[in-house]
Design a binder for this molecule. Structure first.
Ligand code: PMP
Length: 362
């Protein structure tokens, strides 16, 4: 039998893609993936366990997760028809580009930002227009974004942005809606850490081209559950409902997410603690020799440090503390992204950094 190059038969737009690498190594302190590392209250965990125990696994899920949708709709003061649930925000981002992008259409992004936007666009044969942020402030170039968006099918803006931490100026969203005809996806994966006033969900009702993405992976401490949701005009939701993998949100995820949204008041002290820890950690990081820390409204901090890649490797190998290396990324030379952990975890990080950076040889 001749050897067959089966891989060469892949659809051309998908050639060259590599499996996603979260750059994870087992470490005692993992501050690398912007997860919520605070333990949830025991009473909340018990409710999750009860909900799972009461959920039959032999039946297919409700495709649109209507009980959860209703809970989310009531929270955000919108109709069920304005909410779509997905297997993490990632699924919804992909499905949005799959639905509204495609050959001959473009997606505008403002890097450095969440890399998946670009990956999903390429998979969907959608052109990507990158409007780079200011190299120092790392804030978006408003005029250039509005200009680029005039020709675009979709603009994706992240607020707060990953990995830079800044909240979008609502005036930029206003301009994108008023001065362009693009669909505007506002990714609010981290918005709970920026305070109650930071979300623009309330704008959706009056702006049918605005779509707001949220997730239970961050503030809700449920990254492993895989549950995100979109708030958008019912016409957008109908399109997504028609093209989605029908059972992508499994019964256990629906059951736990429904409880989590109901019990969201229990999470407020955890979010408040992360916000307080963020301030303290930013101050401590900024005192390291040669460090620059960008202001952050999210549950992570971007820090520029001399020899960042070496620092990161030594934190991992010598101190079992994992942070995310962005030093290879365009515009982020010598940058690390540090998730804000518990007080004890942040202390471990700072002690390790002191040993690595101030002990020399980094
Ligand atoms: N948007 C941003 C900006 C993110 O950083 C992430 C996850 N890291 C997501 C969306 C997707 O999160 P999830 O799929 O866990 O909901």
């Amino acid at each position: 039998m001749p050897l067959q190059d089966v891989a060469a038969r892949v659809r051309p737009a998908l050639a060259g893609f590599e499996p996603y690498d979260p750059a994870f190594s087992p470490c005692e302190v993992n501050l690398s993936a912007n997860e919520n590392t605070h333990p949830l209250p025991a009473a909340v965990l018990r409710r999750f366990a009860d909900a799972c125990a009461a959920t039959p696994l032999n039946r297919y899920p409700d495709p649109l997760a209507n009980e959860l949708r209703d809970e989310l709709a009531a929270w955000h003061g919108v109709a069920r028809e304005s909410v779509m649930v997905g297997n993490g925000g990632d699924e919804l981002l992909f499905n949005l580009i799959f639905s509204f992008g495609g050959p001959g259409r473009s997606l505008v992004v403002a890097p450095p930002c969440f890399e998946e936007y670009k990956n999903f666009a390429k998979m969907c044969e959608t052109d990507v227009v990158e409007v780079w942020r200011d190299p120092q402030s790392l804030l978006p170039d408003t005029d250039a974004l509005v200009d680029a968006a005039r020709e675009a099918a979709i603009v994706m803006i992240t607020s707060p942005n990953n990995p830079t931490g800044d909240l979008v100026d609502s005036a930029l969203v206003r301009r994108l809606l008023d001065e362009t005809d693009a669909l505007v996806l506002l990714d609010e994966a981290y918005v709970e850490f920026a305070g109650a006033q930071a979300s623009l969900v309330s704008w959706v009702a009056a702006n049918p081209r605005l779509m707001v993405l949220r997730t239970l992976s961050k503030a809700f401490a449920l990254a492993g559950l895989r549950c995100g949701y979109l708030i958008a005009d019912p016409q957008v939701i109908d399109v997504l409902a028609a093209i989605r993998q029908i059972y992508s949100e499994d019964v256990l995820a629906q059951a736990v997410a429904t409880q989590a949204v109901r019990l969201r008041a229990e999470l407020a002290p955890i979010v408040a603690d992360i916000v307080a820890e963020r301030k303290e950690l930013a101050e401590r990081l900024a005192r390291l020799p040669g460090a620059h820390v960008w202001p952050s409204q999210a549950n992570f901090l971007l820090v520029r440090l001399p020899n960042a890649a070496v620092v990161r490797a030594r934190l991992r190998d010598e101190h079992s503390v994992l942070v995310r290396d962005f030093s290879y990324a365009k515009g982020l030379a010598d940058c690390l992204r540090v998730t804000v952990g518990t007080h004890a975890e942040n202390n471990r990080l700072m002690a390790a950094l002191a040993a690595v950076v101030e002990g020399g040889q980094a």
